[in-house]
Design a protein around this ligand. Structure first.
Ligand code: GUN
Length: 284
């Protein structure tokens, strides 16, 4: 048996960012991304700093609005309204999760759909469900689709199993793969016989937040396994897939780190450039 081919998300993302930087360099205006971070969750702080660094590296402006843990819904909505009305701001992102006093959906509903570069506003969720080309597609599923397309030009007829039903990954990934003619099954913490279901899949997308949960015995020979997990065991980052075990069985596998993570950031930048172009009537 040959070990799986490793999909290098970092290298793919670097190429995408180069392209974006080239496009921005030709523009008289710069895209501007506003990132809203509430509280001091360490992982969120790290993610938002890497989003800002990536945005600046391609020539965008990016400001992090860092708000106190105890901010009220009203104050947060006030900031979003200001950014919605500021024509110098093209993309708005509210880092999730939000503290418990805040209703996330109510917040996301206030982001202007055309500036909603995360694609989490119900309007964009609906457009994605309706298979509209106008939808802003959430960055993680969009990055995963890009990686799948780096191997398969057409996904028609492939069976995909998505492990996890989150609003950020599982649900939009389901819609996106259905829109690409896959047969999609979603499994989650209450599913019976998960292993048996996963074993049928040509494409496995692990987004359950359980370190190294997916083993080689769950995987059909020749499958494409995508690992969305970012977990820490004894300070070391690992995914939801037991990489050493599964890479002996799968045909393709995404590593953690260096797989889905960098692609998510690259797709956020793509969404921001697209929003910028649309708002300024530019073709870039
Ligand atoms: N939290 C985890 N992933 C994401 C993401 O893609 N966007 C935002 N805003 N928050 C997240």
């Amino acid at each position: 048996m040959v070990d799986a081919h490793i999909i290098d998300g970092k290298a793919l993302a670097a190429k995408i960012k180069e392209n974006i930087a080239r496009k921005i360099a030709t523009c008289p205006l710069k895209p501007n991304l506003a990132v809203i971070l509430v509280g001091n969750d360490e992982a969120s702080l790290i993610y938002d700093r890497s989003k800002q660094k990536a945005a600046q590296s391609v020539g965008m402006d990016c400001h992090i609005y860092h708000l106190d843990e105890n901010v009220s819904e009203r104050e947060l909505i006030e900031l979003i309204s200001q950014l919605n009305n500021d024509h110098h701001v093209h993309g708005i992102l509210v880092q999730l999760p939000l503290p418990k006093q805040i209703n996330s959906l109510r917040i996301l509903m206030h982001i202007s759909p055309e500036k909603d570069v995360d694609g989490f506003n119900p309007y964009n969720i609906g457009l994605l469900q309706a298979n509209s080309s106008q939808a802003i597609v959430p960055a993680t599923p969009k990055g995963i689709l890009y990686m799948l397309h780096s191997v398969y030009s057409d996904l028609t007829g492939k069976s995909a199993v998505i492990i996890g039903r989150s609003n950020i990954v599982g649900k939009p990934m389901t819609a996106l793969l259905l829109n690409h003619n896959c047969t999609v099954t979603v499994v989650h913490s209450k599913t019976q016989n998960i292993e048996d279901v996963v074993k049928q899949a040509d494409i496995v997308i692990a987004a359950c937040g359980k370190p190294k949960m997916i083993k080689a015995s769950w995987i059909k020979e020749g499958a494409f396994v995508v690992d969305v997990g970012i977990n820490r065991i004894d300070g070391k980052i690992c995914g939801d897939v037991d990489f050493d075990d599964v890479s002996k069985k799968a045909a393709y596998i995404t590593p953690v780190p260096g797989g889905v993570g960098p692609m998510t950031i690259a797709m956020l930048l793509e969404n921001t450039v697209a929003a910028f172009a649309q708002q300024n009537d530019l073709e870039i």
